[in-house]
Design a protein around this ligand. Structure first.
Ligand SMILES: [Fe+2]
Length: 174
């Protein structure tokens, strides 16, 4: 995994705007960034796909929405000790195209993508991964109760108003 992952990743603060994140992505030709909180802890991952799924449907300006409402959280990750097949299985089972790679202390040491992995997989396993990941979606766990999943609530125009926790006993919205 050390050989395949991208160790030259960039990070961004969770309170920055989507506009700031896209600027960093474009300047560095990256399609995903690690997101950190104010204490410097790795809290999420923002990617072109999370921008499509959780930002565009809100119909807001890119400098009006903070990354923490758009990023994938908890941060999708695999240990650096995983082999290529394990990492590909993790991505495919969670409907992801990329995730963080962490060392034995839990620190992010790189980002791995399906494209990176596909160079090291057999043709048969690439087909498995590509076919399966299109049928699944990454689940955003509720940060309050940790049980429910955040689901979009739409208004009449079809814009996402908020994401609400699916746990009936929890009132979390964002
Ligand atoms: Fe919840």
């Amino acid at each position: 995994m050390e050989k395949i992952m991208n160790t030259n990743y960039r990070s961004v603060n969770e309170n920055s705007s989507v506009f700031d994140a896209v600027k960093i992505m474009n300047e560095n030709r990256l399609y995903g960034l690690i997101v950190k909180d104010n204490e410097g802890k790795d809290v999420g991952l923002i990617s072109e796909r999370s921008i499509i799924k959780r930002f565009i449907p809100r119909n807001k300006k890119p400098d009006e929405v903070q990354i923490k409402y758009v990023m994938r959280k908890p941060i999708p990750k695999v240990p650096s000790s995983y082999d290529v097949r394990d990492a590909a299985a993790y991505l495919s089972e969670n409907g992801l195209e990329r995730c963080a790679v962490v060392d034995s202390t839990g620190k992010v040491v790189g980002i791995i993508t399906l494209t990176d992995l596909s160079r090291y997989l057999s043709r048969a396993s690439i087909v498995d991964v590509l076919l399966s990941h299109r049928t699944k979606d990454y689940k955003h766990l509720c940060p309050k109760c940790g049980v429910g999943v955040l689901v979009p609530v739409y208004d009449q125009k079809g814009e996402i108003k908020v994401f609400r926790c699916s746990n009936p006993a929890c009132d979390y919205e964002e």
